[in-house]
Every structure is written in C-alpha cells, then in structure tokens.
Design a protein around this ligand. Structure first.
Ligand code: ARG
Length: 427
C-alpha cells in the first residue's frame, strides 16, 4: 500500500523495509482482533452521531459498511494482508472505498491507541469467557466421573511413594475443584478488566464531548477506564492478568497430564488413554504414545513464556509507546494454544479407561498403617504411641481390604465423604 493513514501527502517518503519491520505480524494478528475492532468502531460511529459530529445517516452508512466488512471477512472475500499496515487502517480504508469522504470521518475523536486497546479488552473478555466455559466443562467431567467412580481403589502417593489407599473419586474430585477455582478466577479477572478505554484517544482526551459512557454501555463494558493516560498504561497490564487466569488453568492441566502420563506407563498401568489421543512411533512398531497428554502438559510452558515476554515489553514510561504492539503476539499465541488444548481435554478425560484390578492390587498391606494408627487413637492411645505400634505390626495388616479403608475415610472431603454436591453447587 502506498498510502498510510498517517501520511501527510502522497509524496512523503516511505521505506518499505522499515514499514515491514514496523508492521511485524500485525496484519496476521489483527485478523483475530478485527471483528472486535469493527464492533468497537461501530459503537464509536454511533457515539459520534449522538454528539453531532456525524449525522445519523452518515453513522448508519458507516455501521452498515462495517457489517459488510465483517461479512466479507467471515466469507473470506476480504483478507487482511500486507496491503494494509494493520487492522485499524484496513477498517478506515474499507470505509473510504465504500463511502468516499464520509468514511474518512470515522477517526474523529479517537486514535489507534485507544482503538487497539478497546479491541484487545473485548478480545480478552471473549477469550476469558471461553476459558471459563472450558474450565467448567473439564470440572463437569471430573465431577461426573468422581461420582460414578467414587469407590474405586487407587493407591495414593506422596513423594511419588505409595502412601495410603485412596480412590479414583478423590483423584477426580481434586481435579474438579481445581478447575472450579480456575473458572472462578477467569470470571473475576474478566470482571477486573471489564473497562472501556475507547474515547481516550492518544492518551489525553479530545476536545469533543464524547459520549464515552454510552459507547461503553453499547459494547457491554461494566465501566470506563477513566483516565486517558491510564488507558495506555494499563495496556499490557490487563493482558498480564488475563494470562494469569490462563496460566492458573494450564498449570492444573500440567499436573493432571503428569498424573495421566505416569498412570498410563507400563510401570503403573492404571489407565489407558483413548486411542484417538495417541500416536505411534515411526520406528518402534510396538509403541502407542500419549502425545496429547504430553502436549497438554507443555501448554503451560507456552503460557508462562508468553507471560514473561509480555512483562518484559512493559518496561516503559507513561503513555503510548510502539513497544506495546509487541504485547499482542504473546497474548494471542498463549490463548490460541491453551484454548485449543482445553477444548479437547473433556473428551480425553471422558474416554479414560481405568484398569481397576491393577489399581486395586497395587495397594499393598502396609498402606493401611495410617488407618491402623488412627484406629488405635480411637481406642484411646496418643497418636505418637499408636504410630509406633502400627509401625511395629505392619504384618498384621495383611488381610485388610482397600474398600474398607475407603469406606471408613469419612472426614469431610475424604474418600467416603467427597462432598461432590458442594463442589457441584459452586460449579
Ligand atoms: N499496531 C499498533 C499497536 O498495537 C497500533 C497502534 C498504533 N499507534 C501508533 N500511534 N502508532 O500498538
């Protein structure tokens, strides 16, 4: 493109190598942001009409032209590519192509600085919503299976050493509660960043009485980012919090994936991962590999890497700096990757095939020692005495059944009292 929206005259000089460097991956990344940018631009046009900067007809024409752009984008008829500097210029140039001089009126009272900030807030609210939905789906599968499999014995480990008889129910309910917490966090962070920066322009306000509240309401924001300087200074800060919510979930996916990859190993042999989530080896004909579980585990590394990349960019003075453009790639990369993983996780969990006999026989008699010590306590011994006695009589535990151990574990949250209903209520 030979014309940039910021060019003062057609003849002013532009070095294409420099332009390519400045654009970075913007046109590619802005493909994802464009629908949000369009929505915000439509609200902006209506807002300008409310204060008489546009007349109603002009605003209606703009809104309709942007609807057409959105449709062309969805059908593939319009592609955001190197003809444009970024998504923002693409909207303006589409409007000018469609409406002539009227199109050039869209940028009154705004800057690309608040334009990108509002698109990103809308994007984050949308993606945090998807994150919350995904966490809810994962939690639901975990709770359902916890209920159905509450009595199935599973050796419990600490330090990766066998510790006590536990149950599949307790394992599932533990992961369920993690994702209920993550769902909660996604929602609270979404509420925390639910503020509209549009109408702060380049970071100093404008000399029009913009209807900022009306625009924010139309865009379904809960409030304004009031201060124009802070609208820019909070760019990246909001993104960091969004990645915190994402990392909370991917961190728990990592743990769950770790459990599964251990349990699926021949040494444990507790579970089979559904075939659709496995691959084979290119050389070893005998192999079935749980690749999906492993890439679910490494998702967290991508999110954490993106988070620190983003944090590093934010070493900036107040106001808009072009560096802020570099907060987009880590944000989009992390959400795209992690949501793709979280969305397949419920099916993987639903398809897990537990090897119950193997799990049960892995519980050897000495795992009942803690139960024994607690029984002696109930008979009146001090715990320390009971601990020593149980340790000295491990052979007396030989004929204990895991089922009895689980049935007696009635403390709230314990194997016989998982409090699934309480978790379900929170969900
Ligand atoms: N691509 C830019 C960004 O993400 C858009 C804003 C450009 N603003 C400017 N003053 N050059 O930050």
């Amino acid at each position: 493109m030979s014309n940039y929206i910021w060019q003062k005259s057609e003849t002013s000089e532009v070095d294409q190598r420099v332009m390519r460097f400045l654009a970075g991956d913007d046109v590619v990344l802005d493909r994802e942001l464009l629908p949000f940018d369009i929505r915000a631009s439509q609200a902006h046009a209506r807002g300008l009409a409310r204060i008489g900067v546009l007349d109603d007809e002009q605003a209606d024409a703009m809104v309709a032209a942007m609807d057409a752009l959105l449709a062309a984008l969805e059908s593939g008829e319009f592609v955001l590519d190197e003809r444009f500097e970024d998504g923002h210029s693409a909207i303006e140039s589409w409007l000018i192509d469609e409406l002539g001089e009227i199109g050039g009126r869209i940028h009154a009272g705004r800057s690309r600085n608040d334009q990108v900030a509002v698109a990103l807030r809308l994007y984050m609210k949308d993606r945090l919503g998807l994150l919350a939905d995904a966490c809810a789906s994962v939690a639901r599968v975990c709770l359902d299976r916890a209920e159905r499999e509450s009595d199935w014995p599973l050796p419990g480990h600490t330090h990766l050493q066998q510790a006590m008889p536990s149950s599949l129910g307790l394992w599932w309910a533990g992961h369920a509660e993690a994702f209920i917490d993550n769902l909660d966090l996604a929602n609270s962070i979404s509420a925390w960043l639910d503020a509209c920066p549009l109408g702060t322009a380049s970071g100093f306000g404008v000399n029009f009485p913009l209807d900022r509240d009306g625009v924010a309401e139309e865009l379904e924001f809960a409030r304004l980012v009031v201060n124009p300087q802070y609208a820019q200074n909070s760019r990246g800060k909001a993104e960091l919090r969004a990645l915190d919510a994402l990392a909370s979930a991917t961190g728990d996916v990592r743990r769950l994936a770790w459990d599964l990859s251990l349990f699926a190993s021949q040494e444990f042999g507790f579970v089979r991962i559904p075939a659709a989530f496995c691959t084979g080896s290119s050389i070893m004909p005998n192999k079935v590999n749980p690749d999906t579980v492993e890439l679910l585990r490494s998702m967290h590394a991508i999110v954490i890497g993106a988070r620190s990349e983003l944090d590093a960019v934010l070493s900036l003075p107040s106001g808009y700096q072009r560096d802020l453009q570099d907060t987009k790639p880590p944000l989009l990369r992390a959400f795209t990757r992690a949501l793709a993983g979280l969305e397949i996780l419920p099916d993987l969990l639903t398809g897990l095939d537990w090897q119950t006999e193997r799990m049960r026989t892995a519980i050897t008699p000495e795992l009942h020692a803690t139960d024994r010590a607690n029984e002696l306590v109930q008979q009146g011994q001090s715990f320390r005495q009971a601990y020593r006695q149980a340790a000295s009589e491990l052979e007396s535990l030989a004929d204990r059944m895991p089922e009895q151990s689980l049935a007696a574990r009635g403390s709230p949250g314990g194997c016989a009292n998982l409090l699934i209903e309480r978790l379900r209520k929170r969900l």
